[in-house]
Write a protein that binds this ligand. Structure first.
Ligand SMILES: Nc1ncnc2c1ncn2[C@@H]1O[C@H](COP(=O)(O)OP(=O)(O)OP(=O)(O)O)[C@@H](O)[C@H]1O
Ligand SMILES: [Mg+2]
Length: 516
């Protein structure tokens, strides 16, 4: 007789959990050959909540979300959606459960228009019959709702990657989803777009949508999320409450050790100007740019997306040509017609898009790290010293804690953040003395961020002049001696030392028409 009440209470309990939680994952496992990407992950996400998933690069976050969205098939474990056990083997099955995912690596078609990309998966067999006018109208609506100023008929490949990311977000939000996964959606967005996105996500949550949010920006986690699950090396470490935990609590459970200071102490730069840009104009965007960087100095370029920061980097590196103006190094006028010229003149660039410009995805990690400095690897006579390549690659692998199976694996097998570390390593391993870094730590975990900052500091001690483009204002403030703030293709102002505050930067960065 006693068994009945226990049985009933158990059943009631199970039902409460089913109603309360939209997603329950137990002991989920996934292997890629010899790599045990997910050893045992448990995750419980409440219905109508925003749940953060955090962990170091390579911890298994993207893999777990790809399992949840049917892209990868799990090797073991149990997944329940709204109380019903599921076994997804294709993405379509997860879509049928109204699960949407915004991927870390953009998964759009460059040759299609913005509108076609937003509605592509919905075109189905009737694709050819769908009116361009109609999808343009619907896409405009979706983009306008997010406050994204993008024309629906533009070819996607003509947009910068930040805008492409916005299209990816609009695409997911245009669908009716019950569960939305965002895998580092803001890595390349700046404050203004992030605010709009967050408002939209909160509105979705209030309508009952369950959201899983992956980010390495801890300030976002506190601003946005209702619960945090930390994973490390393919296992769940802890669930934390953002109301009560501190940033340090998250970092400690992520990296498994105490963490003291993110930014190294600033050193005093020399007075010697190394890089000088004088009255630079381009046909497209840049107007009258005047900037300089001194020896040993770290200078920031802040601004919202489309302000022209990347364009300056592209001109300095010979990707875009200048219409008028001058670029000088150590007092001498430079003629840079292509990236090879720039490298010869001692200018290096860590580009914003690692997929297109930074890495050769199919080649081994070893080659990717050493490619930009054939001198160091002894290629004077055209022969690359493989042993040196291996030594250098292993050195960087250790310093940046790059999580990989073997340096002979292709870079494409690495997690997003670990790919970024390889690209950074490649440029930190050059002989240039002017280094431009475009969003160097995007998608990189805190431990590696701090290591990258230390390497940048070491480079300045060697006399490098460093120009950093970053959308993370704390990075500009914590790392740079000075920053220029760009707005609409112009330098809106310059801030030095303590005047570099979030407020001052944002005030200068906003387009003038936004202030009227
Ligand atoms: N397709 C694949 N083939 C081989 N190994 C893979 C593949 N996808 C992921 N891995 C490995 O699985 C592990 C987990 O990777 P995952 O991409 O899930 O990490 P992550 O937590 O998303 O990291 P990041 O913060 O850098 O994006 C890594 O060691 C990665 O190299
Ligand atoms: Mg990832």
């Amino acid at each position: 007789m006693q068994l009945i009440p226990i049985g009933i209470s158990k059943m009631v309990k199970v039902e409460v959990i089913m109603r309360e939680y939209s997603i329950v994952m137990n002991n989920v496992q996934k292997r890629f050959g010899g790599i045990h990407a997910l050893k045992s992950v448990d995750l419980k996400v409440k219905k109508g909540s925003i749940h953060a998933l955090v962990g170091e690069n390579g911890a298994g976050k993207s893999t777990l979300m790809k399992v949840l969205s049917g892209i990868y098939i799990k090797d073991g474990g149990k997944i329940t959606i709204d109380g019903q056990e599921v076994h997804f083997t294709t993405p379509r099955q997860s879509q049928e459960h109204n699960i949407g995912i915004i991927h870390q690596e953009l998964a759009l078609s460059k040759d299609l228009s913005v509108a076609e990309n937003i509605f592509l998966s919905d075109l189905g067999f009737g694709g050819a019959l769908v009116s361009t006018k109609k999808i343009n109208r619907l896409a405009k609506l979706a983009l306008d709702q997010l406050g994204f100023d993008i024309h629906p008929s533009t070819r996607l490949g003509d947009l910068s990657i930040a805008y492409q990311q916005m299209v990816e977000i609009a695409k997911s939000l245009a669908k009716n989803v019950n569960i939305l996964i965002l895998d580092e959606p803001t890595a390349i967005l700046s404050e203004k777009e992030i605010d709009v996105l967050f408002d939209k996500l909160r509105a979705l949550r209030d309508k009952g949508v369950t959201i899983i949010y992956i980010s390495h920006r801890l300030d976002e986690i506190f601003k946005l999320t209702d619960a945090i699950t930390v994973i490390k090396d393919g296992e769940t470490v802890i669930e934390l409450d953002p109301e009560t935990c501190t940033e340090n609590d998250i970092i400690c459970s992520m990296v498994g050790r105490q963490f003291n200071q993110l930014f190294p102490e600033k050193q005093i730069p020399s007075e010697e100007v190394v890089l000088e840009v004088i009255n630079l104009n381009t046909a497209k965007l840049l107007r009258n740019i005047n900037i300089n960087v001194k020896k040993g100095e770290i200078v920031g370029l802040a601004g919202i997306i489309g302000a022209g920061r990347t364009e300056i980097a592209r001109c300095l590196f010979g990707i875009d040509l200048i219409a008028s103006g001058e670029i000088k190094k150590n007092g001498k006028t430079l003629h840079i017609n292509n990236p090879a010229d720039a490298v010869k003149l001692g200018i290096g660039l860590v580009p914003e898009s690692r997929k297109e410009q930074g890495a050769i995805l199919s080649r081994p990690i070893r080659e990717n790290i050493t490619l930009s400095n054939l001198k160091k690897t002894g290629s004077t006579f055209g022969i690359i010293n493989r042993l040196k390549e291996i030594t250098i690659s292993n050195e960087f692998r250790k310093r940046l804690a790059i999580k990989l199976g073997s340096i002979e694996d292709p870079i494409s097998s690495l997690s997003g953040g670990n790919q970024q570390k390889v690209v950074i390593a490649k440029w930190l391993n050059t002989d240039c003395d002017v280094l431009i870094l475009d969003e160097p730590t995007r998608g990189v975990d805190v431990g590696a961020k701090s290591e990258i900052y230390n390497i940048i500091l070491e480079l300045t001690q060697k006399g490098y002049a460093i120009l950093i483009i970053s959308s993370e204002l704390m990075e500009i403030i914590g790392l740079c001696h000075r920053t220029y703030v760009m707005s609409e293709g112009e330098i809106a102002g310059e801030l030095i030392g303590d005047d570099m505050t979030e407020k001052n930067i944002m005030r200068m960065a906003l387009p003038k028409r936004a202030l009227i």
